[in-house]
Design a protein around this ligand. Structure first.
Ligand code: UDP
Length: 452
């Protein structure tokens, strides 16, 4: 008799400590747990997930060595590089302790780590535990990040303004300006991060929070060209793990009675995710653009997301009072539930990959206002490939905002985008329902993990 088959299978998850990374990793944990795995989440002290949201998981914290200066700086690149330096030894030391736990049968089936926490691969290899990478961005954004290494080597980066609107060879529909780098060029430590995160040496597979109906040809290219290991595209993972909460910020539900009173598809939901911010001038333009559009809105203003203010202190005087019943401002929502609400007719989004997936899954058309990194790639795909949204890419200006909001919410153009978004939603449903590509990939992943 194979005693292994009778042991509980343990998966160790290593999320990267940012909201857009923690959520898909915990969703994956919920999915795997429903398939018979027990889940151990090894996390940093910085931005540690809320363990009470997941009493069914074991949470193990490791020291991350981040200084308060590093944390306050908000420099994501530096923080991620520091984590990869600092966490390797603590992780290495904590794994044997996990293995020695009475209830673990002494056996970790595999380590699943966020692509940005690549130190985990080396540790897993040293301890002879199989490892799997989780990619939490789109295949398009990943392809673009890898292409940056080649473009840099060829001397095509930094690029002059004159080519910024030109298509990048072999990355159609991406233009140079859509590449996930800043205008001023690409720092060496970014190149280092990309080289480390996308050069899989010993891991056994890649799990991807995307799906065939969005990115089949890109995934195929990845399989053919770049990745020597199996890829399991099981997105949108939140649809497989609907009850899973993972917010780092406290969710405020005060908007729900207001939203319940609104007419179907009449409200524009506005959120810039967990990291992006705007300055006072952009805020004022948004305020006037929204006001002049005369459309209803639910606006998430995350504390700290307006530079120079703790929360809404910089909103023009009288704005909140003048909005009255037409709008609602909130600190943090249950976004997935908001997007599924019948009153929502559009989403002004920074185009973080989770937000885009959540919007696409509910058939909500978007106003894309990308801020940095992979958001630019996603915005381009939303506006030019799936054609379920429009993009605001110039300096924020009230007239342009007013026009974009009206185009999306009430014009024929918006209606057509809404129809395409509804069609795409159906395709996404086919993917994650029984027999669909994500559903089948998930079955294959579980089978694969059972034999590691
Ligand atoms: N989110 C939320 N409530 C909010 C704003 C955002 O729950 O008020 C969630 C959203 O559903 C998404 C995540 O925060 O899952 C943000 O991830 P994303 O990849 O969109 O952007 P990031 O924050 O990484 O820039």
């Amino acid at each position: 008799m194979d005693t292994r088959a009778h042991r509980r299978r343990h998966a160790v998850l290593v999320p990267c400590p940012f909201q857009g990374h923690i959520s898909p990793m915990l969703q994956l944990g919920t999915i795997l747990q429903s398939k018979g795995f027990s889940i151990i989440v090894v996390h940093t002290k910085f931005n540690s997930p809320n363990s009470s949201d997941h009493p069914e998981f074991v949470f193990q914290s490791i020291p991350d060595g981040l200084s308060s200066q590093e944390i306050v700086s908000g420099n994501l690149l530096e923080i991620i590089l520091a984590l990869n330096q600092n966490c390797k030894i603590p992780f290495q030391e904590c794994l044997p302790r996990i293995m020695a736990r009475k209830d673990s049968d002494g056996e970790i089936n595999c380590i699943i780590y966020d692509e940005l926490m690549y130190f985990s691969e080396a540790v897993a290899n040293q301890l002879k535990v199989p490892s799997i990478v989780l990619r939490t961005i789109s295949a398009a954004a990943c392809t673009a990040r890898v292409a940056i290494l080649q473009l840099k080597a060829k001397g095509s980066i930094p690029f002059p303004d004159s080519v910024s609107k030109e298509l990048v060879p072999e990355l159609d529909p991406l233009r140079f300006k859509d590449l996930p780098i800043s205008r001023s060029g690409v720092p060496d430590n970014f190149l280092h991060l990309v080289a480390c995160a996308y050069n899989i040496k010993t891991s056994s597979a890649v799990i991807w929070n995307t799906m065939d109906c969005l990115e089949e040809s890109l995934l195929l290219k990845q399989r053919q060209k770049q990745l020597p290991v199996p890829i399991f595209a099981i997105g949108p993972m939140h649809k497989f793990a609907p009850v899973c909460s993972s917010s780092l910020l406290k969710e405020d539900t005060s908007y729900i009675p207001w939203l319940n009173k609104q007419k179907p598809k009449s409200v524009l939901y506005i959120s810039l995710g967990s990291l992006a911010s705007i300055d006072e001038t952009e805020l004022a333009e948004m305020v006037w653009g929204l006001t002049n559009s005369k459309q209803r809105f639910l606006w998430v203003i995350r504390p700290g997301s307006i530079s120079g203010s703790e929360w809404i202190g910089l909103l023009p005087e009288g704005f909140v009072e003048s909005v009255g019943e037409r709008g609602f401002i909130v600190k943090w929502t249950l976004q997935r539930e908001v997007l599924a609400h019948p009153a929502i007719g559009g989403f002004w989004s920074h185009c973080g990959w989770n937000s885009a997936l959540e919007s696409i899954s509910e058939g909500i058309p978007m106003i894309c206002r990308p801020c940095f990194g992979d958001q630019m790639v996603t915005a381009r795909y939303v506006s030019h490939v799936w054609r379920t949204g429009l993009i605001l890419e110039n300096k924020l200006e009230r007239k342009e905002i007013e026009s974009a909001v009206r185009r999306l919410m009430i014009d024929k153009e918006g209606e057509e985008m809404r129809q395409r978004a509804a069609d795409l939603k159906e395709k996404v449903e086919v993917c994650f329902k029984k027999g669909g590509s994500s559903y089948n990939f998930l079955d294959r992943l579980v089978e694969f993990m059972s034999h590691l």
